[in-house]
Write a protein that binds this ligand. Structure first.
Ligand code: SF4
Length: 380
């Protein structure tokens, strides 16, 4: 898949004698880039394998590329890697949170979650987030900027290097709303799922959204090499708008209609996330409403405990969590209570927000998305 617009920008950067960051480019874009330097297409394919399949960022180590090409690349291009500014001590279950400093002095957090069956990384897609969900520490930061494709992929490459493992599963559930950074996120997903690229199985990549309807419609038409997860958190608009402000723009009826269309076209199941909040969405009538809300959707539901993030709500008491789960299972919903991982290092769901000094102010007036009709809606 070629992303012509981004390649055009990068070639312009090259012509302006700026360095091109090669981890931003697909195989076809690398072929075109090398063609623009006078090299045959197969050199682009070799370079692609070095950068993505072998995770090499030093041109000197790319031994099957001719010396003149390596010299040329070292003068015109880079494979930029972020600095690991900090990492938490490993939790008992192996969970560790990483703090990355990006090239412009902003920071993102990424969580490594190993288990006996999977090496998972939870990655960020934006510095901060504009959507301001009340239970989320990232939302309280405000929005700074979108990550580039290279910055998204580099979180995985650097954690692999640091932990000396290969990542098998990736969840786009860290800082930011992935579908508000649509093009960079989709390009990263394609690079991850490409057998000649990062080589992950598309079934092991999950993109999680709060419910950005125009972006889901775009996925219905364009496809996506990943599974979809949706943060639901409520069974009616009154509840949901209290905790997820973007629900006022994309209310539940519209969201569920779009998700039914997604399930119908793709035939893929959808994972729903539901944070249980005391006296807000954990009542028996909510448990009774959920199966109805999810009807005709091949769905799996993850219940999540509300983690401490400094918000005004309280977590559901344990007995109510158990009763809620029992009710859902009695209604034949595929529901589980997600184990909270990373609490010791403030890396659990909703807790990501770097404490590092921020050298920039939130870009509260910035457009947080490249989706044509979303920017105006979010300002409302
Ligand atoms: S939950 Fe997701 S969409 Fe909501 S504020 Fe946090 S990062 Fe943004």
């Amino acid at each position: 898949m070629i992303f012509a617009e981004s390649l055009g920008i990068l070639l312009n950067a090259y012509e302006a004698k700026k360095m091109v960051n090669l981890r931003d480019l697909t195989q076809q874009e690398l072929e075109s880039f090398l063609a623009s330097l006078g090299y045959p297409a197969y050199r682009g394919r070799q370079l692609y394998r070095w950068i993505f399949a072998r995770r090499v960022s030093n041109f000197d180590k790319m031994t099957d590329l001719p010396q003149d090409l390596r010299t040329h690349l070292s003068r015109t291009a880079i494979i930029e890697t972020p600095r690991i500014a900090d990492s938490s001590p490993k939790a008992l279950d192996g969970t560790r949170k990483y703090l990355f400093e990006l090239g412009d002095g902003t920071y993102v957090e990424t969580v490594f979650l190993p288990s006996s069956t999977a090496q998972t990384v939870c990655i960020s897609t934006q510095v901060g987030c504009s959507l301001n969900c009340v239970f989320c520490a990232t939302g309280r930061m405000g929005f700074y900027r979108n990550l580039t494709t290279a910055e998204i992929v580099n979180q995985i490459v650097e954690i692999e290097r640091e932990e000396k493992i290969r990542i098998s599963h990736v969840v786009f559930m860290g800082m930011g709303e992935p579908l508000c950074n649509f093009d960079a996120v989709m390009k990263a997903a394609h690079l991850l799922a490409d057998p000649a690229g990062m080589g992950l199985s598309a079934r092991h990549i999950t993109i999680s959204t709060i419910g950005i309807v125009p972006a889901i419609e775009r996925i219905i038409h364009e496809g996506m090499p990943a599974k979809l997860a949706v943060s639901l958190h409520a069974t009616n608009d009154e509840q949901r708008s209290q905790i997820v402000p973007v629900n006022k723009t994309y209310p539940l009826s519209l969201l569920m209609k779009t998700l039914r269309a997604y399930a119908h076209v793709t035939r893929y199941p959808i994972t729903f996330e539901y944070i249980l909040i005391k006296d807000l969405n954990d009542r028996p009538e909510d448990a009774a409403a959920l199966p109805q809300l999810l009807r005709n959707i091949p769905a799996k539901l993850n219940l999540i405990r509300l983690h401490p993030t400094g918000c005004r709500f309280e977590p559901s008491p344990e007995e109510r969590v158990e009763a809620f789960l029992k009710e859902l299972r009695a209604a034949k919903l595929d529901a589980t209570l997600r184990v909270s991982r990373g609490l010791e290092c403030q890396a659990a769901c909703g807790q990501l927000a770097p404490q590092e000094p921020r050298r920039k102010s939130p870009a509260s007036d910035s457009i947080p998305t490249d989706l044509a009709n979303l920017a105006d809606d979010i300002q409302k």
